[in-house]
Design a protein around this ligand. Sequence first.
Ligand code: ASP
Length: 338
Amino acid sequence: MTLPRIQILALGGTIATSPDASGAMQMGLGADDLVAAVPLLATLADIRAETVSRVGSHSLSFDQMHALAAKIMGLDVDGVIVTQGTDTLEETSFLLDLLVERDIPVIVTAAMRNPALTSPDGPGNLLAAVRVACDPWVKAHARSLGVVAVMLDEIYAAADVLKIHPTRLNAFASPQTGPLAALVEDRVVPLSLPVRAPVEAARKRLTAAEGREQPVALLWLGLDEPGYILEAMVDHRDQLGYRGVVVGAMGGGHVPERVASLVGQLSEIIPTVVSPRAGGGPLLRQTYGGPSSEIALRKAGLIFGGRLNPLKARVLLQACLRAGLDRTAIAEIFETFG
Ligand code: ASP
């Protein structure tokens, strides 16, 4: 029997750390080390391992992730597993989902507990990811699933998965939809398929690898925000260098009244997306009146894309800008995300 060819691409992260002389964990392990730690993998798949980088995911760049997407597009294998840090997995997996168009499983996995601890989760997560990549239901639905994250025996859609805790083992969840499937014993138990139309439609207008860096600011609005940063962005846009803004807005798409007009001015000069700081979920369109309401903000030209949380909205906005899309095209893409 020929085993499925599974390509592991290791970026770094806790899963790939080892202790230095002082006991502090440092990036060190490569893809071969991760594979060697799980001998069972060789019985499940023809594993190919490549160390792409050795960095914490908090230091990954959009350039690196666009290059990774282009690399995945060119691989002649039956499945791809990216190992990386957990810190930005919710963002990188979504970017890969937006850029990679393949009919094979593409999985991102990581570890919360480092290899020096008594019960590291890296080896188990890697084994689970390989089992998921080789599973008949996953293979048959690879296109419908898109890029998925496999953590702690659950499978999550890239558009929905969030890191919801900084340290505990069960740090990942998809609060809006729940997991797509669970790994039980060595079986994948399917639970649901994701709604893919918005991602598929966006991908048609995006491009992997090409394009220049397009910095997008993320402004998380809190109670009584005075708006000094917004003011600076309106007055000194060119010096600051941002090409787009995501506003982490309150409730169904609201901002404090004292910054409403600044937010409107900002959106006249730079694509500005309203995204729910509540963590993602459709925004309102026509419920509240007044200058800081969703009705006023939409009228002022702000782009609404509520189903994506602010971090994912920022990923999508930078991808749109990188692809050279104008404000109208960007608004059309975000609109499909609810
Ligand atoms: N700081 C690490 C990283 O994201 C944390 C982790 O891997 O869990 O790379």
